[in-house]
Design a protein around this ligand. Structure first.
Ligand code: NAD
Ligand code: TYD
Length: 350
């Protein structure tokens, strides 16, 4: 029997990781720690919330005493740390929140693990989930590998890079058993509709403008969220201590091409005339400091641990559209309240 702490389990990726671990490992006790910010939603875990091996704890990782109390209560064998402020645009509006949660919150967890495990690290693991954005921005060619130098360029990526450095510093200084993964852009069910794909699905269904930053010629490498969860499972169980693993979809898309594909799928699903959703495309002022291109080389994870993505992008995107259209109540629920204020501030429209 292992007791595993998953932080940020009520968010987008965290909820998929919690679901995978709760169902795949009935002999593990999974404790989901989450502050339930605007991005955290227990509805994301409705289907597994009554499983006997699942427990939820509402805790803010910035609160050192609360984090320490949780470690004392459960005596965790492992930590999978996903809790974070995760949206680049919000980090531009309010960087401090990102430093508090992503840096201070991570250091609180590292301290709690170190103090609770008291140098008896046998069988213990602190797994830090990070992003490819720590590597900065690529030109037309090349890929991020595990040895690419860090060059974060937004408050979000700077806060994640800082947290990665602290995780590594705890390994070097205190020999804390750690592993880090850096993943590319995720998409799929339960993603908060501030990120490109769910935002545009929601706007298309409501016939609202699709705000494309700049010329739409930025490139991202997209991975289906359930494939990220299986990669985390693989690395948690088989990864080598102290290592970094890059996770990616081998799947680069320029924003405007992706948006056109999404519009085509939405036209079909909503029985609209071909080209109708594309008319909603509106070019807007670019994001300040916008990173040009991200692309992950996930060869190490593939060759050393045998992981690869399971879905083609077109198939994953269609599944994702279907999920949002079948879960309108979820979408309507998360796009009320705070969301409306954020939307007006970010896009200067209602
Ligand atoms: P998300 O914003 O959907 O969810 C974040 C979760 O963390 C929410 O449930 C929120 O309530 C919780 N949280 C935030 N602040 C907290 C605090 N102070 N204390 C406790 N809980 C708190 O994020 P996501 O997209 O699921 O990302 C999860 C992790 O994966 C993050 O660390 C992110 O940096 C990383 N990541 C995300 C992507 C992506 O494409 N979304 C890609 C690579 C890596
Ligand atoms: P996003 O989903 O915010 O992820 P990230 O910035 O972490 O890669 O954005 C993905 C891409 O889509 C990015 O190049 C910015 C762009 N984008 C828009 O053009 N319009 C939008 O309204 C949003 C949210 C993103």
């Amino acid at each position: 029997m292992k007791t595993i702490l998953i932080t940020g389990g009520a968010g987008f990726i965290g909820s998929h990781v919690v679901r995978l671990f709760v169902t795949k490992y009935p002999d593990y006790k999974i404790v989901n720690l989450d502050k339930l910010t605007y991005a955290g939603n227990l509805e994301n875990l409705k289907d597994i919330e009554n499983q006997p091996n699942y427990t939820f704890e509402k805790v803010d990782i910035v609160n050192e005493d609360a984090v320490n109390a949780l470690f004392a209560k459960y005596q965790f064998d492992g930590v999978i740390h996903l809790a974070a402020e995760s949206h680049v645009d919000r980090s531009i509006l309010n960087p401090l929140e990102f430093i508090m949660t992503n840096v201070l919150g991570t250091v609180n967890l590292l301290n709690a693990a170190k103090n609770n495990w008291k140098d008896n690290y046998n069988g213990k693991l602190f797994y830090h989930v990070s992003t490819d954005e720590v590597y900065g921005s690529l030109g037309e060619t090349g890929f991020f590998t595990e040895t690419t130098a860090y060059d974060p360029r937004s408050p979000y990526s700077a806060s994640k890079a800082s947290s990665d450095h602290f995780v590594r510093a705890y390994e070097n200084t205190y020999h804390l058993p750690i592993v880090i993964s850096n993943c590319s852009n995720n998409y799929g069910s339960y993603q908060f509709p501030e990120k490109l794909i769910p935002l545009f699905i929601n706007n298309i269904r409501n016939n609202k403008p699709l705000p494309v930053y700049g010329k739409g010629d930025y490139t991202r490498d997209w991975l289906y969220v359930e494939d990220h969860a299986t990669a985390i499972d693989t690395i948690f169980h088989n990864g080598k201590l102290g290592e970094t693993y890059n996770i990616g979809g081998f799947n680069e898309w320029q924003n405007i091409d992706l948006i056109r594909l999404l519009c085509t799928i939405m036209d079909k699903k909503l029985n609209r005339n071909t080209g109708e959703s594309e008319k909603l495309i509106t070019y807007v002022t670019d994001r300040p400091g916008h990173d040009k291109r991200y692309a992950i080389d996930a060869t190490k994870l593939n060759t050393e641990l045998g992981w690869k993505p399971s879905l083609q992008f077109e198939e994953g995107l269609e599944k994702t559209v279907d999920w949002y259209l079948e879960n309108e109540a979820w979408l309507n629920n998360v796009t009320s309240g705070e969301y409306l204020q954020y939307y007006i501030k970010q896009y200067q429209v209602g």
